[in-house]
Each structure stands twice: as C-alpha cells, then as structure tokens.
Design a binder for this molecule. Structure first.
Ligand code: PMP
Length: 461
C-alpha cells in the first residue's frame, strides 16, 4: 500500500482528499472539481503548499495561531506529557497537574473576579456548556424561568446545535432545525451595512438599546444572559461604534442579565489586550475561550467563570462535561503557549509596537478606490469593498461576488486573506514583523487592483 504523505503528487493527494474527506462549510463537488490546496508545512507567519509556494498567512489559520507556526517547545511539551500521562479524565473526583497549572495560569491572566475554568475541546463545545450553565445558574438561584439567552444576528458562536443556535448566521439556521428554543436575536452593530443615515454614535446606541427592548418584551424574569463577541469575527470583523458596549454593560447591570463575552477569537492578545473585554471595557460574568488558548496547536476551549457564577454552580452537581475536558496533553500545550505569549512578551509587544504599525498600514488601504472603510482593532482588521465609498454603494452583482474575486486574487498572490460577503478580513499571527506587515499590505493592494480591473471588465462596478 502506498503511504499517503507530502511526497505524493498534488493531483493524487487532491483526488484522495475528494474521494474520502468531507470538508467543513464547503460545497464538496465544487472543491473536488478544483482540488484542495495542500498545505505541507508552516513556519512563523508562512505556509508552504505542495506546489512549493510560500504563502503569507494573514488569518493565523482560523484566527488561532497567535504565537505563529513552528514553535518546537510545544511539540516537546506534548511529547513529554504523552509519555507521562497521555490521558486521564477529570470526572469522578480526579485531577492532574497539567489541568491544575493551566487553570491557575488562566485565573492569573483573566480580568479580576474570573478565577475558575470549565474546559472543553473547542469554542462550540464551550458555548454549549454556557447555555446549560447560565440556565442552571438561575435555576439554582430560585429563578428557573430565567432561560432565554439573547444573542445577535450575524454573530458566530460555533457550529454545534447549541452554539449554532446562539449564533446568528441565517444560512446555518436553515440547515438542521436551528435554533433551539429559548434563543432570541437582536440586530448587530454593523454601521457600514445597516447604519443608513445615522451617525455611528447614534447607531451604536440604538443597536445596544435593542437589548433593553428585547428584555422588556421577553420579560426581565425570563432572560438569563446576553452573549456577544467583543468584536464580531466571522461575521466580517464588525467593529462596533464606541457608544455600543458601555450601553450594553449598563443594560446587563440594570436588569441582572449575565454577560457572556465570547473571547474565542478576541482572547489571548488578538485585540492588543489579553482579552477583548478589556479592549472594549466590559465586565463579563463568563468568557468563552479557545483558539489562541493553545495557538491552535491542540484542540482546547473552555468557559472562565466569575466567582459568583462559580459559587452558585459549585453548590450543585452540574451534569455536564466532555471526555476530553481538561485533556492533559492539550492542557500542557496550552500552558506552554501561554508561557510564551506572556514571558516572551508576545501580547505586550503586539499591543504596544506591532498593532499600532499594523493599524497605520492597514488603514492606508482605505485610499484604494475599491475600499470604503478600513477598520482594525489590534490584529482584527476588515475592509469594506464598494464602488463608491461616499454612498456605501453595492456592486452590480450579488453580495460576496466581488469579495470572492479579491480573495481569489490574494490566493494567486500568495496571501491568505478571507472574504465575508464584500468585506476582506485579516487576523495574522501576533508575531508578524513590520516587514511582513509591509508585504501583507503590498499583496493586498495588488490583489485589489487586479480584482478591480476584473470587476470593471465584467461590468459589475
Ligand atoms: N466563537 C467564536 C467567536 C468563534 O469565532 C468560533 C470559531 N470561529 C467559535 C466560537 C467556535 O469555535 P470552534 O470552531 O472551536 O468550535
């Protein structure tokens, strides 16, 4: 039998992939026709594919490789942990040193008053935990009718039945009977697309006040929590107006609604702070974490709980948990990742040196004739594509057509930049250098130029 490895010709790997592998969020037949790009290795911010291309990864994988690729320390820690204790569970009154050490480190890094962690293997699982957790919290407090969780349209909280229901992606709700009962969605603070003639400040307030309206309509006594990403990621890196979050915090405080900050993308330095909650100035009761927790080197996620939530939940048997909750290898690798982010000053340097440079360069893309606005918070950036910035006009093509064209040009120019509709987004490893930022911007600009020529040639402008 031939061993399947990088040594096989690309076409052969692609054919085998198409024959046996079902990809997430993909039309399989379309991919089979075109052939998947085969990634063979990675170092720092750079990927290598089977055709020998060297590709700048401006998305850090799926927003997760915060320390960059190729840190052998993590591999060494994993090998050591696999030898010593590859697996044991944390059910039935047992524990182990890696999960204790990781929990303690997270309590140190998290904002004040968030000191306990319940683990999962992904962001989706952690958000499923949160649904049961907040409902159990209120039941334990003698308010079992406080069940409804308010979220936002175009939010992304994961792909499982529970987390997909929390999310506000209509395309996901259409498949498989989502959302589950007891989830209510309000509008997102996306001024560019939905702000009309309002100022961003007024629009931010109006969108936040939708939370208050929803609470009053549903009845304060029925609402358990509000969940949101400090800065929406998969929805297109939607940076909310500055008026938005203070008003949300005020409303959650006033009506005693638990605030869940989904930090799966925003956490671990992505916004230039350790957590996105610090960037936008909120005090969450629960933070969902994953991705940058291990920089993607191992699948691990979790929920960090406030002392109050932990105390209430801790007084009963919470019938919840996963085989891999607090997995020793994943925990050890995550801890080593946090050590690097912390002790090497990766988060600190990114926030104080790299992010300001990236902001200056990235915002320069707004001068491109096909770009309407360029917004960036730390390392989460987004440009809106438009034929007319002034009127925020749309192209003469279904939404997403032009975004896809730009993405294809980026691909051809060896830059991984993602499109969400007609927005182009970035989220590079935090270790990106100034030279690499310059390369990123140059390639993005070239790709925009090429796509613009195509848009005009096809009469879509
Ligand atoms: N929450 C947010 C904010 C996310 O961006 C994601 C993944 N993109 C998730 C949750 C789900 O995480 P996972 O894919 O690890 O289940």
């Amino acid at each position: 039998m031939t061993k399947i490895s990088n040594h096989l010709p690309t076409a052969e790997l692609q054919a085998l992939d198409a024959a046996h592998h079902v990809h997430p969020f993909t039309t399989q037949t379309e991919l089979a026709e075109r052939g998947a790009r085969v990634i063979t290795g990675a170092q720092g911010c750079w990927l290598t594919d089977s055709e020998g291309h060297s590709i700048l990864d401006a998305m850090a994988g799926l927003w997760c490789v915060n320390i960059g690729y190729g840190r052998t320390e993590l591999a060494e820690v994993a090998a050591r942990q696999m030898t010593e204790l590859p697996y044991y569970n944390t059910f039935f009154m047992t524990t182990h040193a890696p999960v204790i050490a990781l929990s303690k480190k997270l309590a140190e890094l998290a904002p004040e008053g968030l000191n306990k962690v319940m683990f999962a293997s992904s962001g989706s699982e952690a958000n499923d935990t949160n649904i049961r957790l907040v409902r159990t919290y209120w039941a334990e407090k003698g308010k079992p009718e406080k069940q409804t969780i308010i979220s936002r349209w175009n939010a992304y909280h994961g792909s499982s039945v529970g987390s997909g229901s929390l999310g506000g992606m209509k395309g996901m709700h259409m498949q498989g009977g989502l959302p589950i009962p007891g989830i209510h969605h309000i509008d997102q603070p996306d001024w560019w697309s939905e702000g009309g003639d309002m100022s961003p400040e007024d629009f931010g307030l109006e969108r936040a006040q939708q939370l208050e309206k929803a609470i009053l309509e549903l009845g304060e006594e029925n609402v358990a929590a509000f969940i949101a990403e400090p800065v929406q990621g998969a929805g297109g890196v939607i940076v909310p107006p500055e008026t938005y979050w203070p008003e949300i915090q005020r409303i959650c405080d006033k009506y005693e609604i638990l605030l869940i900050a989904d930090e799966v993308i925003c956490g671990f330095g992505r916004t230039g702070h350790w957590f996105g909650s610090q960037a936008v100035g909120i005090r969450p009761d629960i933070m969902t974490i994953a991705k940058g927790l291990s920089s993607g080197y191992q699948p691990i996620g979790g929920s960090i709980l406030s002392d109050e939530v932990a105390e209430v939940i801790g007084a009963t048997e919470f019938n919840h948990g996963y085989t891999y909750s607090g997995h020793p290898v994943a925990s050890a690798v995550a801890l080593e990742n946090l050590r690097i982010l912390d002790e090497e000053g990766v988060v600190e340097t990114f926030g104080s040196v790299t992010a300001p440079y990236l902001k200056e360069k990235f915002e320069g893309l707004a001068r491109h004739p096909m770009v309407g606005e360029a917004k960036i918070v730390g390392g989460m950036g987004s440009i809106a594509l438009t034929p007319d910035a002034e009127s925020r006009a749309k192209f003469k093509a279904p939404g997403g057509t032009v975004g896809y064209m730009v993405r294809e040009r980026c691909f051809a120019n060896n830059l991984v930049m993602r499109h969400v509709g007609d927005r182009m987004i970035i989220s590079p490893p935090l270790v990106i250098s100034k030279e690499e930022i310059d390369t990123l911007i140059e390639r993005a600009w070239t790709s925009l130029d090429e796509a613009m020529a195509q848009v005009k040639a096809e009469g879509l402008w």
